[in-house]
Design a protein around this ligand. Structure first.
Ligand code: ZN
Length: 260
């Protein structure tokens, strides 16, 4: 069974058809990611229609300027839902800077606070801001499995720092890109019980679908390459990933029932 641990299902052109295609190739679980209050509420609704879809809710760093205490208390109410399994995606993105540094840091810290308070993991998007994020994380009293660095796109030095803080590292379609030697090196060196894979659909479609809209069924390509890098069969890797996903997102049951 494949698991897409990070997808923006509601941003896909035809979410329903994409979920069906994912189910056909053996995807059994998907974590659908909210990027703001509205998209988080909608993704929580979506999880009610499918057996194997879960949600993580939060404000993306691009829209961190929409952060308010009221929005966070709306998120807190949603955490009672059994299928809301994490906070975020949150994080820092100094590449696009769609929100100011201060707005991003304030929002990120609020997500970490709420996740820690409710013993839930948080999902981190990080770009060109690793040093600031690591400084912030070091000052927090983090849970044992605090969260995941999603769509990892940095180097081994940073990966090591996140691993030492207890984080999981998640690999997206970038792993399959020709010039991504550094990312494949991180995948090779990361402990097998700390890695995840994902699509981040509709973005970053893996080779050989590069250039197309990404969707959860393409997680197969990322999983296949990761299995090769880790010198495991695809089945062996997938069993380990199920273990990892359910350890981190501990509200997700460790079963192999169908997605739909
Ligand atoms: Zn994302």
């Amino acid at each position: 069974m494949l698991i897409d641990s990070h997808a923006h299902i509601l941003s896909l052109e035809d979410p329903e058809a994409a979920v069906e295609r994912a189910s056909e190739v053996g995807v059994g679980k998907i974590i659908s990611i909210g990027t703001g209050l509205e998209s988080s509420i909608n993704t929580v609704e979506l999880t009610k229609k499918y057996n194997g879809i879960y949600s993580s809710i939060g404000i993306h760093p691009h829209t961190a300027s929409s952060y308010t205490d009221e929005v966070m208390s709306e998120f807190e109410k949603l955490l009672d839902d059994p299928k809301v399994v994490g906070l975020g995606e949150t994080g820092l993105d100094y590449h696009y800077m769609n929100s100011t540094k201060e707005e991003q840091i304030r929002s990120c810290e609020a997500h970490i606070y709420l996740a820690t308070k409710h013993s839930l993991p948080f999902v981190i998007h990080i770009r060109d801001a690793d040093d600031d994020l690591i400084e912030i994380l070091k000052t927090k009293n983090l849970n044992e499995n605090p969260g995941v660095i999603h769509c990892f796109s940095s180097n081994w030095d940073y990966a090591k720092k996140y691993l030492d803080l207890g984080f999981f590292i998640s690999f997206s379609g970038i792993l399959t890109f020709k010039r991504a030697e550094e990312i494949r090196d991180v995948a090779k060196k990361s402990p097998i019980d700390r890695v995840l894979y994902e699509t981040d659909s509709p973005y970053l479609a893996p080779v050989p679908k590069r250039g197309k809209d990404n969707e959860p069924c393409y997680v197969e390509y990322v999983a296949t390459l990761l299995a090769e890098i880790k010198d495991l069969s695809l089945d062996e890797l997938n069993d380990q990933i199920l273990e990892n996903v359910c350890t981190l997102f501990h509200k997700i049951p460790k079963d192999k029932t169908s997605l739909i």
